[in-house]
Design a protein around this ligand. Structure first.
Ligand code: GLN
Length: 249
């Protein structure tokens, strides 16, 4: 059983970010694994963040980020405790930015981040200077090099990342034309990749599912190494092959 908390699904859902939750549900279902997705949004009852295996936040425009900011701050201690206990955080774009120190939006307003991580993000004042388009990165998050495809659209330029999610092979990444994309550690993937990320990159989905199940096994006192049964990803891999061929040729 995997328990997921999807935060601000009604406000932060650019480019089908909620599809990431559909994919986790689907890939669990195909293996007979129960997967429950709860939602949380502004002013709802404070959940027990530590009771989840995964906390998910999608991306949004500056305005939505401002709207949720005060409420997200109220959740800070709960999210931090969950993260410290090993709950996995999957954060896309606007969600990624708000876990850092702050996001300075295109109007120069500072939206405070939760400060879980050291990075910070500043958007250029010209709204034309955005990083928009397809992106390919290479990550070693799963233990082997994987090419990950997605779509980015952000004004924010993120600095101060020590452990990026991947190296940029095509597109922009953390800043305009930067070498690195996103942030990651053992139980975090924070990235500018919409896509939705997990639909386009099954290895990343499975790495997260595996992490959640393995953590639950360890928590139950067993040291058994869990192997996730493989799925037939022919279609997903073919879609990605076409994109890689188009972008990296
Ligand atoms: N509003 C933020 C920016 O422009 C985040 C955008 C997003 O989530 N796609 O940088």
């Amino acid at each position: 059983m995997i328990k997921i908390l999807h935060m601000y699904a009604d406000m932060l859902d650019l480019y089908g970010d909620s599809g990431n939750m559909e994919i986790l549900r689907y890939r669990c279902k195909m293996r007979g694994i129960d997967c429950e997705v709860d939602t949380y949004s502004i002013d709802a009852e404070m959940p027990d963040f530590t009771s989840y295996d995964l906390i998910y936040i999608g991306g949004g425009a500056d305005l939505e980020q401002q709207h949720i900011s005060a409420d997200l701050m109220k959740c800070r201690e709960g999210i931090k405790k969950a993260y410290d206990e090993g709950v996995f955080l999957l954060l896309i774009c606007g969600g990624y930015q708000l876990m850092g120190k702050y996001y300075r939006d295109a109007d120069g307003n500072d939206i405070p981040g939760l400060g879980l991580f050291d990075y910070y993000t500043v958007a250029p004042q010209s709204r034309r200077k955005r990083c928009i388009g397809n992106i390919v990165i290479q990550t070693e998050k799963t233990g082997i090099p994987v090419k990950v495809v997605g779509f980015e659209n952000h004004g924010g330029q993120t600095s101060g990342v020590k452990t990026p999610f991947g190296k940029v092979l095509y597109g922009n990444g953390n800043c305009s034309k930067s070498e690195n994309e996103g942030y990651c550690d053992d139980n975090v993937i924070a990235t500018y990749l919409h896509g939705p990320l997990l639909a386009k990159n099954p290895e990343i989905s499975d790495d997260i599912i595996h992490y959640c199940i393995q953590r639950a096994i360890y928590k139950s006192g067993s040291d058994e190494a869990y192997e996730l049964p493989p799925l037939d990803d022919t279609l997903e891999n073919e879609c990605r092959r076409v994109m890689l061929e188009r972008l990296l040729k």
